[in-house]
Design a protein around this ligand. Structure first.
Ligand code: SAM
Length: 321
């Protein structure tokens, strides 16, 4: 099997995040503008065939893990076929998908059958009014129905991603963490990242992950699993609590990932404006472009804070998280 590439700073690059659409059926305030995205022309986006060629090219360079993301990947027509085709690519060991969960009641089983083994489901609150507020349009009941459908479909590991927002959901940390005592899921609290033009969150919204350990004094440390989250567990829990700190304690030295956007731009670093297009290329072209993009990964992305915004020059729905 092909050995993974090592970038210029000694990091093994094994993980591709592929955004399959910029479109979403929600409008989360920290992620995208209210009026959605300026819909790009169809011809500007990667075709399904190009996406699979890109996945093959990445796998030929030693990528082992693929995450399908968006926008909302489940609004993409043929998402099940796309996952099935990606799952057949030689060298890939796992296909994961990140979703807001609302379309899982219909798609959890077909996606599982197509080879998706792990799901991350975004859920920032357990309060219906707050869910509607933060997503601008969403219904909490639909997201929870999706989570239950995923549990019933028998995924290997379900992770709930919660963006920590001071003054919005820090009062719900115990209730969200308690989901790990009710279901076999991990709950991961992720620091709010100051993206491009998303949201009008003030400085009080940007709270560090240590707020979670302060609010949950009973947390027990758990050995790391190779991911970016610091892991803990509540007594009697069925899953872990993960703390992800892109802002207060960046993990760039452990970065093993590369991203491709739905319009065919490789992003060597989430928070850099550097982008390299693979749109229209064949397998060899994509492979060589991916190779040089991996070698161009920066050492780190620079400070992030309320006042030091991401340089990504895109909102998260146009990158995939
Ligand atoms: N629509 C899917 C979803 O809701 O999970 C996938 C795409 S979404 C861009 C991927 C992840 O990025 C979600 O977990 C979302 O909460 C997270 N995200 C988006 N904007 C963020 C921000 N400004 N800071 C931290 N996480 C963010």
């Amino acid at each position: 099997m092909t050995q993974p590439m090592i970038d210029s700073y000694g990091r093994r690059i094994t993980y591709l995040r592929l955004s399959v659409t910029e479109l979403c059926n929600l409008r989360c305030r920290y992620c995208m503008p209210e009026d959605g995205v300026c819909k790009k022309r169809h011809e500007e986006m990667l075709t399904q065939e190009e996406m699979i060629t890109a996945v093959r090219a990445a796998a030929s360079l030693g990528i082992r893990k693929l995450r399908i993301t968006g926008g909302e990947p489940l609004v993409k027509a043929n998402i099940v076929d796309l996952c099935r085709e990606a799952g057949a690519v030689e060298g890939l060991e796992e296909i994961c998908l990140t979703t807001n969960g609302t379309l899982l009641p219909k798609l959890a089983v077909p996606l599982r059958e197509a080879g998706v083994s792990r799901l991350n489901i975004s859920l920032d609150t357990l309060d219906a009014a707050k869910f509607h507020h933060i997503t601008r349009v969403g219904e909490l009941s639909e997201a929870l129905a999706g989570l239950e459908a995923a549990l019933e479909a028998g995924y290997d590991k379900i992770k709930i991603n919660t963006v920590l927002i001071g003054g919005f959901n820090d009062d719900e940390i115990p209730a969200l963490a308690a989901l790990t005592q009710r279901w076999p899921v991990d709950v991961r609290f992720i620091e709010l990242m100051p993206m491009y033009d998303s949201g009008d969150f003030g400085p009080e919204a940007f709270i560090p992950y240590t707020v979670v350990t302060d609010r949950l004094p009973g947390l027990l440390p758990v050995p790391a699993d190779g991911g970016v989250a610091k892991l803990y567990r509540l007594p009697d829990a069925l899953g872990n609590i993960g703390l992800i700190s892109p802002v207060s304690a960046h993990f760039c030295t452990e970065c093993n990932r590369i991203r491709i956007t739905a319009d065919g731009k490789i992003k060597p670093c989430l928070h850099s404006s550097d982008e390299i297009s693979i749109k229209g290329m064949d397998f060899e072209g994509m492979r060589e472009t991916l190779r040089s993009a991996i070698l161009s990964k920066p050492r780190w992305h620079g400070e992030l804070s309320y006042s030091e915004r991401s340089h990504a020059a895109r909102n998260m729905n146009q990158i995939g998280g």
